[in-house]
Ligand binder design. Structure first.
Ligand SMILES: Cc1ncc(COP(=O)(O)O)c(C=O)c1O
Length: 411
């Protein structure tokens, strides 16, 4: 135990149905990993027959989250059981949990329905002028391209910076371009969707603090699998949908806006709760044109409450497992496939080491056929930009990755 406190992971209704003692399912020594077998059987029971390595596309809902959604919808069918104050409190809870997850303050979090909303909000609200340039690395996911491209209507141009020969963001080149005073925004993904490249956020943060350009981060492929601490690594805007690595319903997500920036951003679209005092439902027509001082000014209420109820449940699970431990666990999973690639000469498209993440992409000969073979072996993964993308999460095992390596080798 090393004298470290134990952490209890609560199992929710699934645990109770298995006869576990009320509330607590299993305990974890903070200094060690969690019990993956128990996690699989209680929260992801279907893992007994399918190897699911597609979290970069759709993260599965843990059992506890599925049950929370069912329970919420039971109340939704009889809405006299739902109360505005409780619904608002639930969203406040979500903002608090997200803030804890990324080292921010709850006031800096606006809840959104996806990543694109946050990036689009930033593109329209940042104070950009004709002649300004937005830097985007080539090969970014389109959610982080089109909102910037469309700023042409304001005379703001998007510059696609070519990737390195490996197809990864060229950070040295991005930093060089930041020296151009016309560059007002650097928009990057924390982790690239097609190869898992993890940017050096510290480096990009420091460079943008120095140049004065805004740093906007599409974080959907990173948050949930990698620790992020914005209190140590400042960014200006960070957008994230929760449907992938946060194992949450479609329709849940958030955008972080740095505290000092919030008051200066005038959202192009506002919700009826974006204004001060509007939570008092007894005097809604006493209109107030003062935007909220916190990030709620960016929220487009009404939001899908059921999805945020689900997000809360998934966040509880992820926070109790510990994102650092999840990252460490995922790192142990890649080895069998990397060894197969090294033996067979298949190209590993993903970076290894500090720029690596939980996403591992390999490009063997006849990649489409190999992908079909994996599918036939009940191994679920994606084909992206000419490579097989394997994206394991907290519940996957080395034995599963050995199965993948075996299926890859069987030609
Ligand atoms: C980097 C990246 N950004 C954004 C998205 C999705 O955006 P949204 O949450 O708006 O659907 C994806 C994947 O679907 C992605 O890989």
């Amino acid at each position: 135990m090393n004298g470290k406190p134990e952490e209890t992971i609560t199992g929710g209704p699934a645990a109770e149905s298995r006869g576990a003692s009320a509330g607590s399912l299993f305990t974890v020594d903070r200094s060690r990993s969690y019990d993956v077998d128990l996690l699989r059987s209680t929260e992801f029971p279907w893992t007994s027959d399918t190897v699911y390595l597609n979290n970069a596309s759709i993260g599965p809902l843990p059992e506890r989250t599925r049950l929370v959604l069912e329970e919420f919808n039971r109340g939704r069918a009889a809405p006299h059981k739902l109360h505005d104050r409780e619904l608002f409190a639930m969203l406040a809870d979500t903002r608090g949990k997200i803030a804890r997850l990324i080292g921010a303050a709850a006031e800096e979090i606006a809840l959104t329905v996806n990543t694109g909303f946050g990036i689009g909000m930033a593109a329209r609200a940042l104070p950009l002028e004709p002649g300004d340039i937005v830097l985007v690395s080539d090969k970014e996911f389109p959610a982080n391209v089109y909102p910037w491209l469309r700023l042409e209507d304001r005379g703001v141009s998007m510059e696609l910076v070519p990737t390195t020969a490996e197809g990864w963001p060229d950070e040295a080149r991005l930093l060089e371009r930041l020296r151009d005073s016309r560059v007002r925004v650097l928009a990057v993904s924390l982790v690239q969707f097609s190869n898992g490249y993890l940017v050096d956020l510290d480096r990009l943060s420091a460079a943008t603090r120095e140049s004065g350009a805004f740093l906007v981060v599409d974080a959907i492929q990173g948050i949930g699998q990698l620790p992020v601490d914005l209190s140590r690594t400042p960014v200006d805007v960070l957008a994230c949908g929760a449907q992938k690595w946060l194992l949450s319903p479609w329709g849940s997500g958030f955008v972080y806006v740095r505290r000092d920036l919030i008051g200066t951003l005038d959202p192009a679209i506002t919700g009826w709760l974006s204004f001060e005092g509007t939570d008092d439902l007894t005097r809604l027509t006493q209109y107030n044109d003062t935007l909220r001082a916190d990030a709620r000014r960016f929220e487009l209420m009404t939001l899908p409450y059921q999805d945020f109820a689900g997000l809360n449940a998934s966040l509880d699970l992820l926070l109790s497992l510990g994102i650092g431990r999840i990252r460490d666990h995922i790192r142990t999973l890649h080895r069998p496939v990397v060894e197969w690639a090294e033996r067979s000469g298949a190209r590993i498209v993903s970076p290894r080491g500090a720029s690596g993440s939980g996403i591992l992409c390999v490009a063997p000969e006849g990649v489409r056929e190999v992908h079909r073979r994996l599918k036939a072996a009940r191994i679920v993964c994606s084909l992206r930009e000419g490579a097989i993308r394997l994206s394991p999460h907290c519940y996957n095992t080395v034995a599963e990755m050995e199965r993948v390596a075996h299926a890859l080798a069987a030609d």
